[in-house]
Design a protein. Sequence first.
Length: 575
Amino acid sequence: MKNETVGPKPLKRIEQLSVYRPGSAPNKDILRLDTNESLYAPAELMQLLASADPELINRYPNAAELESTLAQHFGLKNDQVLVTCGADDALFRTFLAMLDPEREVILPQPGFEMLDRYAQITGATTHIVPWLEGAYPTEEVLSKVNERTALIVVVSPNNPTGGTIKVNELRRISEAAPHALILLDLAYTEFADEDLTPTGLSLPNVILIRTLSKGWGLAGLRVGYAMGKTQIVDWLRAVGSPYPVSRISLFLAHYYLTQSGENVLQAQVSRVRHERESLNQLLAGYGLDIQPSQGNFVFVKTPRAQEIYEKLLEQKVSVRFFKTRPQLKHYLRITCPGNEQAYARLETAFRLVLGGNEQAKPASPIKEKNIEPAKMQSKKLDGRSAEIKRVTKETQITVRVDIDGQGKSQVQSGIGFLDHMLSALAKHSGMNISLSCVGDLEVDDHHSSEDCALALGAAIDQALGERRGIHRFGYAYAPLDEAMARAVVDFSGRPFAQISLGLGREKIGGWATENMGHFFESLATAAKATLHVNLLTGFNDHHRIEAAFKALALALREAVARREGGEIPSTKGVL
């Protein structure tokens, strides 16, 4: 009889687990848009390491300072926050703390691949609820709830689909299953239309998980965090390792959160949202079925998914094709790079792949906001004045601008707070601005806000003409009580906008705050100007955005002012 060596064996459920394998190794020649990583890398953090205390290396880490900073930001006690090794560490701890073979978990799918693995590791019974398209399947989830239900997973925006759950639906689930823990994964919340953090923190049976990997662009640091009731957070502390995050990562994350990171975050999120919208429009124009996504990615459905994926690789662009997940075989997920050059490269690749030999000029979503489809009539008036009439299916706008005015305004946009801001812009810039808009406000304020900015910017561009004899550059700081803003403008002829507002309120006077940064960007696009607007201090959002408009007005006043000689202010001789 042959002797057989008997070695160790894992639990049967572990033996049956598939191994999570990341994508291919980074290749500098390939534009990697398959992992939902940010292409922005804050070089200042690397420079900071050079002067850091050597104890970052030889001492065990302590996350208390970072946890305290996060707790203060969200209005929590320090013991209500746990810093983890990325969001996935927090997710795994939650599964370990709540599940065993006698308990059940409700898990909408498709989702983050590791969630199903975590459930298998615990041996719990998993109820899969399909959620490929459409709204979060609240009714289906609730139909699975029973006395053994210990965990209900809610990922919003979902990965890889970008779907979201509404506030009222989250509340319904929490109230219908008070004996279960709701795992609320908000890894992509910075890119969503609505942040569920305040609602999640107000519910007694929710553990809320966030990360610095996505919106903040710090995936390599592996810093995530969980928030909730102290007792729930303590459960997660108990099942994890004592030193999950390195001191180097904690040091850099804390510096970034408390110093320059918030401004960069807002600018990056704004750019990604624009890229997402622009890419959706481009791909829809080629007949791809665009799925509503509120993540930092575009999610499309097409029977040509594998073919497009392979052809993009030939163009040295890698997007996510789900070759090992049959239910996703007709879908592609494309990460929005948040980078002007990378986006132009992505758009060019798609035009070549989807349009054959079409060599249309690539465009970043901010630089080339296309206003051609609108019926635009422009009239250059005497002096530095112009009138624009802009008509679309959504808005009808007439704008007149007199650069050398007396700061007078007559504005009726249909959005009260926008009228207030445009009046301040006229007053402090010295321009006369007349604007009337009839828009589809029964839908929301987005179209009216955006199109008013495009029309106003086009009128300024028309009024300046060749831009001969202007200062060209202008910058200004403007305070309003506790708030202070900075604006810098260059009438360079090259549209670009870097806007960092960081507003917290959903609306101010009926104007959605998410449209305020977009207003500045659209204005810069149509005025063919480079524009930087940054909110530096303050806590009252009304004060902060008004300071921003006043700073812009003062910067514009300086930039359009005449100087002697009447020359075009450029070494190229043209702007």
